[in-house]
Design a protein around this ligand. Structure first.
Ligand code: ADP
Ligand code: DAR
Length: 373
């Protein structure tokens, strides 16, 4: 039996659009007062006015998700940058009064804007940004997908995770050629193997407190795992933050090769899986920061001259719509002078435009590094 519309165990209430329980509303009221009096700088605090809060606090989606499911991470982590997640795909419309201003603030994407149709463009547009391997350690391009008919983490029962994992893995196991690989469930994975995959930047980390507060880590590690080919140049995360994270990566700066491989992988997967795509937002994800193309195209790069002045590097990156992060990605510091530089914009642009922006930005950053004194 499909579980996609089953009971939402979190609130122990039958699904079906209706009203949030008295208990949920009471929890929301107490947490709202604490947030309002906090020094949080999250987009949640900035845009969850009392009026909007009162309008939204009683609502419930057909999956059973409430406002609490969407904002509990930001209520518990005042240092959140965003503070909200969509507990299921309906949340973006049912709680639009909160999501829309947050999406506009983060992406510059207004209520009247629409994500353009998917357009990967010519994959041979991009060459190797660092043919002599002097600066770029590795290139990674990832996109996120969610499977139609299922809620997102906060409202997923253990059987949801098992069913989605089963669906995705059966498709992955049919892949051939350079995409042929093996699925490694987290359940039963030896801790040293798991840690080695994380340290090698292949596998997602555990214990992100923002995701834990969002109830995105319940039933862990049920239904979670990683698929990869023998060269680890094509990988798929199953049921981490989104139902799927599809990524291609390899040493060096050959952006074109990585992009070609990713486009081929996604094209193969969407022949067998129905992904959630909205006319307004494009591909729908758990976190609003990933909506649209859902692409993060990044290089691990060494910039000894520019990195000697981080404020200057970040301002330069901002000029090219690039984000500077630590070596292990989000919420991490640089190790050994290696920085993660990636596109900041992914909503309101086509896939090819996102890639061109990243490619051009990294190319310009390298010119600055080479000419710096
Ligand atoms: P995402 O990029 O999917 O939002 P994270 O930022 O948490 O997720 O990064 C996930 C993992 O991918 C981290 O271990 C990070 O080091 C790794 N990573 C990101 N970019 C690269 C890259 N260019 N080369 C190698 N690993 C990378
Ligand atoms: N930590 C949350 C989400 C930020 C975006 N990162 C994701 N989705 N992994 C915050 O609000 O800061």
């Amino acid at each position: 039996m499909s579980l996609s519309k089953s009971k939402c165990t979190r609130c122990e209430e039958s699904c079906g659009k209706g009203k949030a329980s008295v208990d949920v509303i009471r929890k929301l009221e107490a947490a709202f007062d604490k947030l309002a009096s906090s020094n949080s700088t999250s987009l949640l605090k900035r845009y969850l006015t009392r009026t909007i809060f009162d309008d939204l606090k009683t609502r419930k989606t057909s999956f059973g998700s409430t406002l609490l499911d969407c904002i509990q991470s930001g209520l518990e982590n005042f240092d959140s940058s965003i503070g909200v997640y969509a507990a299921d795909p309906e949340c973006y419309s049912l709680f639009a009064e909160l999501f829309d201003p947050i999406i506009e603030a983060y992406h510059g994407f207004k209520k009247s804007d629409r994500q353009p149709p998917t357009a990967w463009g010519p994959v041979d547009t991009f060459a190797n940004l660092d043919p002599k391997d002097e600066y770029i350690v590795s290139t990674r391009i990832r996109c996120c997908r969610t499977v139609k008919g299922y809620p997102f983490n906060p409202c997923m029962a253990a059987d949801h995770y098992r069913e989605i994992e089963r669906q995705i893995v059966s498709v992955l196991n049919e892949l051939s050629g350079e995409y042929r690989g093996i699925y490694h469930p987290l359940t039963g994975m030896p801790k040293d193997v798991q840690q080695n995959l994380i340290d090698s930047h292949y596998l997602f980390k555990e214990g992100d407190r923002f995701l834990q507060s969002a109830n995105a880590c319940r039933h862990w590690p049920t239904g979670r795992g990683i698929f990869f080919n023998d060269k680890k140049t094509f990988l798929v995360w199953v049921c981490e933050e989104d139902h799927l994270r599809i990524m291609c990566m390899q040493p060096g700066g050959n952006v074109g090769e990585v992009y070609r491989r990713l486009v081929g992988a996604v094209t193969e997967l969407e022949k067998k899986l129905t992904f959630i795509r909205s006319d307004r937002f494009g591909y729908v994800t758990f976190c609003p920061t990933n909506l649209g193309t859902t692409i993060r195209a990044s290089v691990h790069i060494k910039l000894p001259k520019l990195a000697s002045n981080m404020d200057k590097l970040k301002n330069l990156a901002e000029k090219y719509h690039l984000q500077v992060r630590g070596t292990a990605g989000e919420h991490t510091e640089s190790e050994g002078g290696v920085y993660d530089l990636s596109n900041k914009r992914r909503l309101g642009l086509t896939e090819h435009e996102v890639m061109k922006e990243m490619y051009t930005g990294i190319s310009e950053i390298l010119k600055h590094e080479k000419s710096a004194k």
